[in-house]
Design a protein around this ligand. Structure first.
Ligand code: SIN
Length: 292
């Protein structure tokens, strides 16, 4: 079993800010960075290293304007405009993740990886909290590099021979079975036409680590297998990847940011705050085609 690098690293002395891992698996809080005003190239390079190392990084008290949020994202990659979510008025680059007090369904309430239905799945998302409930509404993340690492050599080798088909149709398409009160927050069902095939085990484009790249939100089946044939193995992998020792959980406050690497993580927005508003702004950034 390969040791988990996150659990060994306390704080990297070579970076121009402080890095505090939040679990033994993935995730770190970054302290000593002002995302609105920092112009030092070493900060941005350091943040790139931190996300590659920890899979998801968190910031506190970063009350960015929409323009600052966009500028921050563009330090990492061009923005990928989400075609299904409502956006912030005047800013098509910023998707709204909103749940009103009278609504019961939330966005992202099941484990998923964003945009795996795209041919070049997103690099990641930068989610900024604008108004969060006093209790509840945390987000969980799971580390799919660690989950892959903990499988047997036999299963790893079978998985490395497979591709999987991912789609947006069953989630955002015309025939999607969505709770009614999500409808106003999601649109463009006619754009949910694309399927994409990716290796089941990708090599992470930056870290070179092997990552299990299937997710309960958007993966339909293994390529060349039926849905029924795929289900037992996918279910096994999903149960495995949800194990608590592969996860971390983030408690939001207004002005908090989570920036996750979409090629290595799953996330899930916990829907435990009925009667309260939760509003976050999400910018997703472009990735590259993935290979095994
Ligand atoms: C998402 O799935 O992007 C939303 C996550 C969250 O609201 O915590």
């Amino acid at each position: 079993m390969t040791p988990n690098p996150a659990s060994q690293q306390k704080s990297d002395q070579t970076l121009p800010f402080d890095v505090q891992p939040v679990s033994g698996a993935l995730g770190a809080e970054i302290h000593g960075v002002d995302l609105a005003h920092d112009t030092d190239g070493a900060v941005w390079d350091g943040l790139r290293s931190a996300i590659a190392e920890h899979g998801v990084i968190f910031f506190r008290d970063q009350n960015l304007t929409p323009e600052q949020h966009i500028a921050m994202a563009e330090h990492f990659a061009p923005i990928n405009i989400n075609r299904f979510f409502a956006h912030v008025e005047g800013y098509p680059q910023i998707a709204e993740v909103r749940k009103e007090p009278e609504q019961t369904s939330n966005i992202g309430g099941g484990w998923h990886t964003d945009h795996t239905y795209d041919l070049a799945p997103a690099f990641g998302s930068i989610l900024l909290a604008r108004e969060v409930p006093e209790q509840g509404g945390d987000t969980q993340f799971s580390d799919l590099a660690l989950a892959f690492d903990r499988l047997s050599d036999g299963l790893k080798s079978t998985l490395k021979s497979l591709n999987a088909v991912h789609s947006s149709r069953h989630v955002f398409g015309k025939a999607a079975q969505r709770p009614d009160d999500l409808a106003a927050r999601i649109g463009n069902a006619e754009d949910a036409t694309q399927d994409a095939v990716h290796p089941v085990v990708i090599r992470h484009p930056e870290s070179g680590r092997e990552v299990l790249f299937v997710n309960p939100g958007f993966t339909l089946r293994f390529e060349g297998w039926t849905d029924e044939e795929s289900k037992p193995l996918l279910s096994y992998l999903y149960e495995h990847a949800k194990r608590p020792e592969f996860t971390c959980r983030f408690r939001w406050a207004n002005g908090s940011i989570a920036f996750w690497d979409n090629r290595r993580t799953w996330h899930l927005a916990i829907n435990d705050y009925h009667g309260a508003r939760r509003l976050l702004h999400r910018i997703t950034i472009e990735g590259v085609p993935l290979s095994g």
